[in-house]
Design a protein around this ligand. Structure first.
Ligand SMILES: *Cc1c(COP(=O)(O)O)cnc(C)c1O
Length: 419
């Protein structure tokens, strides 16, 4: 059981809201740094240049966060032109950028090559496409989709591999490395991403086993040497209070054992082990702070807040659970059942449905937990809703605004000028 604690008090938040009106996301730098540190320490056995997590930029695309992660030794996993530019501007350079895209436009391959990023191809047909667009790089990675070969340890968010649009089939993979080998490429990586928000260590370890086996098979058949396996992202977080975060030490131990059994035994070491986790790194350290502006009692009891699904889409998008704390009422009994709603003209604009909470009053400040990944990032302007500010809570307790809230002018900025 993970207790849902907060890195700030009610009076601290009240002080912040005087300067920065709600809603806003606030990120806890200390928590992010501690998790990054734990991740790296767990995998400090990795040989051949060491462990690296390429932070999946899509989870929290703010350069001030990326800068913190860079200082913690992370690279950036990008999948679009703006994400590539964001990484580069943050000072994450060259092979510290992984370009894991799909259905990729030529200009994006060009930019990735220009930056010296590691290119992770999603399809065999992208070899001639890349060659024409940008040339053949010195190091290449392919994304493996095991399809029906992967029977267990696949969860529902990402779906069944055989129904996913990503990656190459096993036979295509052999063909693809052969083509690249024959084009003179000497440095290789292998990637997959088959789980999402996965808390089960067995499923996470199975991905490593699958890739290690494949490295053995491909190396033997084609006589090529792999430099790294990229186990993808997908390490889950404890959104619900009764869930437990993944024990990274335990996961690492399991992967190390597989590494010894499969990679070292076959004399294919050193092989770098790489992740591209986003959610696990920043997810638990983001909080959406919002104020209660209405309560409504009809067929159900509704609490209306000043945030909406434009600020956090996950509950509406996949019925995701986000824990809610009513500031100052942490120890009050949960006597009421509420739907907590935003103001979009969409009935699924709800942060919680039938949630047991203490009695809520207008003016209460509500904290929505675990918004540090795919929170602000999934924002949109539907219904004329504006994106909120992003604040950073620094280890010394100071708060810095790292992105201002959108204004009406921003909303009109892309329109043809009106007279
Ligand atoms: C989204 C994504 C990730 C990160 O996933 P998390 O759940 O944030 O760890 C990594 N790699 C790829 C290819 C992705 O699409």
């Amino acid at each position: 059981m993970t207790k849902k604690t907060l890195p700030f008090t009610k009076s601290f938040v009240e002080k912040i809201t005087k300067k920065y009106p709600t809603p806003f996301h606030i990120y806890d730098e200390k928590g992010i740094r501690e998790t990054a540190g734990k991740f790296y320490k767990a995998f400090d056995w990795v040989e051949g240049g060491g462990f690296k997590n390429y932070f999946a930029v899509k989870a929290l695309p703010n350069p001030y966060i990326l800068k913190i992660l860079k200082e913690e030794g992370m690279g950036a996993d990008c999948s679009s032109l703006p994400e590539l530019i964001l990484a580069d501007k943050t000072g994450i350079k060259g092979e510290n950028i992984m370009f894991t895209s799909n259905n990729t436009p030529a200009v994006e391959f060009k930019k990735a090559m220009e930056l010296g990023a590691i290119i992770n191809l999603d399809d065999i047909s992208h070899i001639p496409f890349l060659e024409k667009a940008a040339g053949i790089p010195e190091i290449i990675c392919f994304r493996y989709n095991p399809g029906p070969l992967r029977k267990s340890g696949v969860n529902t968010i990402i779906g069944k591999p055989e129904e996913a649009k990503y990656g190459l089939t096993k036979s295509q993979l052999f063909e693809a490395y052969k083509i690249m080998r024959d084009k003179g490429v000497k440095r290789f990586g292998l990637h997959t991403m088959v789980v999402s928000n996965e808390l089960d260590i067995n499923a996470l370890a199975e991905t490593a086993a699958m890739l290690f086996d494949l490295v053995v098979e491909i190396s033997k058949e084609l006589g090529i040497r792999f430099e790294f396996v990229n186990l993808g992202g997908g390490i889950g977080i404890a959104y619900k209070p009764d869930q437990k975060a993944v024990d990274l030490e335990e996961l690492s131990k399991r992967i190390k054992k597989l590494y010894e059994e499969k990679i070292i035994k076959n004399n294919l070491h050193p092989l770098r082990v790489i992740y591209e986790c986003g959610r696990m790194v920043t997810g638990p350290y983001g909080y959406l702070i919002t104020t209660v502006i209405h309560e409504k009692h009809t067929y159900k009891d509704y609490i209306g807040v000043d945030a909406c699904m434009a600020n956090l889409m996950r509950p509406a998008l996949y019925g995701a659970y986000h824990h809610i704390t009513v500031l100052g009422k942490e120890n009050k009994p949960k006597t009421h059942i509420y739907d907590v709603t935003g103001s979009l003209c969409e009935n699924n604009d709800k942060f919680a449905i039938d949630r047991k909470l203490p009695k809520i009053d207008i003016g209460d400040i509500i904290v929505i937990h675990d918004t540090g990944a795919h929170g602000f990032a999934m924002g949109f302007n539907y219904n004329g809703k504006l994106r909120s500010a992003e604040l950073l809570l620094k280890p010394d307790g100071k708060v810095e605004m790292i992105r201002r809230a959108e204004t009406i002018d921003d909303y009109f900025a892309t329109l043809k000028k009106m007279r």
